[in-house]
Design a protein around this ligand. Structure first.
Ligand code: ATP
Ligand code: MG
Length: 412
């Protein structure tokens, strides 16, 4: 996508009211040497997807930043843009020309509004002006511009007091070839790398608290994540499926496109129940999940599986059992939460908006036919022996064949 070459929606009028634009900063991408422009292109594409439907949307690359213009105030774009990985911070800005008078007038209006809205009363307000000039087309230096603008604002608003460190009000001006961008806020972005710049993985998404967080952490590292859920209808009811869809939809707010694969798991579980030592049921369910997920992952060109497992969280998550379960996967298994405490996971789940959904009541398929004492230090030979009594290939193929695929957003 040639985002940076998109034409301007309308030509600039020399002295109309200033336009609103969103200045988007990214930092880690800047470290990637030769790959930098690939990462930048991906970031722009993902921003465009996050903002789809916005009237008059235009995206541009300007010297180490992205610039978003639209026919709506930039403030309306900050929430969706702040869910694009790779973004370090965002500033809704007023887009101006290089004319100092015009800049002074806009800065005066901005400060007037902010004083009224954020600092009511007559108290002093510690403030500074910060200018970042990166074009020779604007002749004054950054420092000189800071002084001129600062002096003008101090004169106009007697409540302002210059304070260079930790001012309560900071007026910033970025001067680029394209124009000057005036703003007062830096809204933090999620950081990380643009989704899709580092491949694809398939996350085993249960209705629990952990796996959605594991998926999110994987996306944050630039990996596009699809989801697979094992669904044992009618032993678990439609409320679980609905919950899974809601989780996938919530996570879809963090990447351009999401796909949820819902695998009918009942037949596999019944076969395990009928043929294996009850103590091994949970481990064998988990091995079956890895086997089916690996198949779906290969079809979908995903290069790894992701789970929400962490050490010692439940009886089945001992190092022995993790190894025993992973043995059934033909792809690397990523476990972003492996060292997390539950408290840390819950905190993150709240922040990314999956916690309330995970907390809705719905039974999990692993509790179907659950034994009283699941094995804690499982042995591979025992698992393999039990599996030798099952037709793994037929069970796996049948489950994959009957898998339902749901896409978010629904239409391309
Ligand atoms: P979660 O909160 O993610 O369910 P958990 O701590 O409850 O995690 P388990 O229920 O033991 O842990 O599951 C471990 C991992 O196995 C999950 O994080 C998830 O990745 C995967 N998993 C478990 N059940 C399912 C399922 N029904 N569908 C898809 N994946 C599952
Ligand atoms: Mg669970």
């Amino acid at each position: 996508m040639e985002a940076s070459e998109a034409p301007l929606a309308r030509p600039r009028q020399p002295d109309t009211a200033c336009r609103s634009a969103l200045v988007v900063r990214y930092d880690e991408i800047g470290l990637k040497g030769g790959n930098r422009s690939m990462f930048e292109r991906r970031l722009l594409e993902n921003l465009r997807a996050a903002l789809r439907g916005t009237p008059g949307l235009e995206l541009h690359r300007i010297r180490g930043r992205a610039l978003v213009r639209a026919a709506v105030p930039a403030e309306e774009l900050t929430a969706p843009a702040a869910r694009v990985f790779g973004v370090s911070s965002l500033s809704p800005a007023r887009e101006l020309g290089h004319d100092l008078e015009e800049i002074e007038a806009a800065a005066t209006t901005l400060v007037e509004e902010l004083l009224e809205r954020r600092f009511p009363g007559a108290g002093e307000v510690p403030f500074r002006v910060t200018v970042n000039r990166a074009t020779p087309r604007f002749r004054r230096s950054s420092m000189e511009t800071e002084r001129l603008l600062g002096a003008r604002l101090l004169e106009r608003f007697p409540r302002l007091r210059v304070r260079l460190k930790e001012p309560a009000l900071q007026v910033e001006l970025d001067i680029r070839d394209e124009g000057a961008f005036l703003f007062a806020d830096r809204i933090p972005g999620p950081g990380g790398l643009p989704v899709g710049s580092l491949g694809r993985a398939l996350c085993l998404l249960s209705g629990g608290i952990d796996s959605p967080v594991a998926a999110w952490l994987t996306m944050k590292r630039g990996v596009r994540v699809e989801f697979v859920s094992f669904y044992s209808f009618p032993y678990v009811g439609p409320q679980l499926k609905e919950k899974l869809q809601r989780l996938a939809e919530r996570l879809a707010g963090w990447q351009p496109v999401s796909v949820l694969h819902v695998v009918p798991f009942t037949d596999y579980q019944v076969a395990i129940r009928d043929h294996a030592d009850p103590r091994y049921r949970t481990v064998l369910y988990r091995r079956a999940m890895q086997r089916i997920a690996s198949r779906i992952a290969r079809r979908r060109k995903a290069q790894a599986l992701v789970t929400g497992e962490s050490i010692g969280q439940v009886a089945s998550q001992t190092l022995e059992n993790l190894a025993l379960i992973e043995e059934a996967s033909s792809l690397p298994v990523l476990r972003p939460l492996v060292t997390y405490d539950k408290r840390e996971t819950v905190e993150l789940a709240r922040r990314i908006g999956t916690f309330e959904i995970s907390n809705l009541p719905a039974p999990d398929c692993c509790t179907v036919f659950q034994p009283e004492r699941p094995v804690i230090h499982g042995r591979l030979e025992e698992a393999l022996e039990a599996e030798s009594r099952l037709d793994l290939q037929a069970l796996t193929e049948d489950a994959v064949r009957r898998t339902e695929r749901i896409r978010f957003p629904e239409s391309p």
